[in-house]
Design a protein around this ligand. Structure first.
Ligand SMILES: NC(=O)c1ccc[n+]([C@@H]2O[C@H](COP(=O)([O-])OP(=O)(O)OC[C@H]3O[C@@H](n4cnc5c(N)ncnc54)[C@H](OP(=O)(O)O)[C@@H]3O)[C@@H](O)[C@H]2O)c1
Length: 291
């Protein structure tokens, strides 16, 4: 598996496995199947309410702890310095591990940005204390990323953001790269275009299907190849065994430069996820249970 070197020297498997909306009852089996297939990076979050099951899936895989890269996220309700230190404790207890490979802030809180920064300071403390191997952020747009970079002691290793052919956030990707931050694509195969019922559905895209046919592959596999060849980490989610395997079977073909340009041109400018500026505690806050 190709690895991406983070800005602190830690390596991250470029292709990972997501579990957003994976029901707890299906998460253990999905994670176990993913690890058996070959994935070595699992991306979860306190807010997904399935960290316990992710931990169980990892244990059932029989792999040792250091063979699996575990990434999780602090939810906005746990922002603030002490609350974020406690959020780390809750997550590791649920996952059944002592240390995390990557801990990121799930969303900035634009209206409480000082509190967001306090949380990031807690991540820096956890990094210094060796409790996490790398730290990062998610859904930080250029303005708030710049404000974070102005005051942070540690440049985030990763910014996990929505990237699929219909919404690519090129300016933000460039800013990440210029600052040594790895872009990690969420909804990398455009899952959000299906489950949010957007006007265009990535899996049915004629352009992607035509490229896919030329390799005997699927639209999902073409999208994953596109991320990998552009150097982005991608974390597709599935609870369906055949799709878990399909999304990993992307290392035996290569898109041409022209095909990559054609996929780049599918940009619509339409975001699938919530506007990052609209994230408030009132609208999105919810208590993350104790371990
Ligand atoms: N930081 C954030 O704010 C944020 C937001 C969203 C997601 N994420 C992370 O990114 C991960 C991936 O994003 P995502 O789950 O939104 O979207 P995704 O991985 O692009 O797509 C997942 C959806 O596509 C389906 N699917 C999977 N493989 C497929 C295939 N080969 N062919 C057809 N359909 C397929 C899945 O269904 P089945 O499961 O039923 O097979 C699921 O409905 C998440 O799981 C999570 O870890 C982070």
């Amino acid at each position: 598996m190709e690895q991406v070197r983070l800005n602190n020297g830690v390596t991250l498997p470029i292709l990972g496995f997501g579990v957003f909306q994976s029901p707890p009852a299906e998460t253990v089996g999905a994670v176990e199947a993913a690890l058996k297939t070959g994935y070595r990076l699992i991306d979860t979050a306190a807010a997904y309410a399935n960290e316990r099951e992710v931990g169980e899936g990892i244990r059932r895989s029989g792999l040792s702890r250091d063979e699996v890269f575990i990434e999780t996220k602090v939810w906005i309700s746990d922002y603030g310095y002490d609350a974020t230190l406690h959020a780390f404790d809750k997550s590791v207890r649920k996952l059944g591990v002592e240390r995390l490979d990557l801990l990121i802030l799930h969303q900035p809180l634009p209206s409480l940005f000082d509190r967001t920064l306090e949380s990031y300071r807690a991540l820096e403390t956890l990094l210094t204390d060796g409790k996490v191997r790398a730290i990062g952020v998610s859904n930080f747009m250029p303005d708030l990323l710049a404000r974070l970079l102005d005051v942070a002691s540690v440049v985030p290793s990763v910014n996990q953001i929505e990237v699929h052919p219909y919404f690519q956030q090129r300016e933000l990707q460039r800013m990440n790269a210029q600052n040594g931050i790895v872009t990690q694509a969420w909804s990398p195969i455009g899952g959000i275009t299906s489950y949010r019922g957007m006007p265009k559905r990535s899996f049915d895209d004629p352009t992607l299907l035509e490229i896919a046919r030329s390799y005997g592959k699927t639209a999902a596999q073409v999208m994953l190849r596109w991320h990998l060849q552009e150097g982005r980490s991608a974390i597709p989610k599935s609870v369906t065994p055949a799709r878990i395997a399909e999304n990993y079977d992307v290392f035996d073909f290569e898109l041409t430069r022209e095909q990559i340009a054609v996929i780049d041109a599918l940009e619509t400018g339409v975001r699938g996820g919530p506007e990052p500026d609209s994230i408030t505690l009132e609208a999105y806050g919810r208590s993350i249970p104790e371990a």
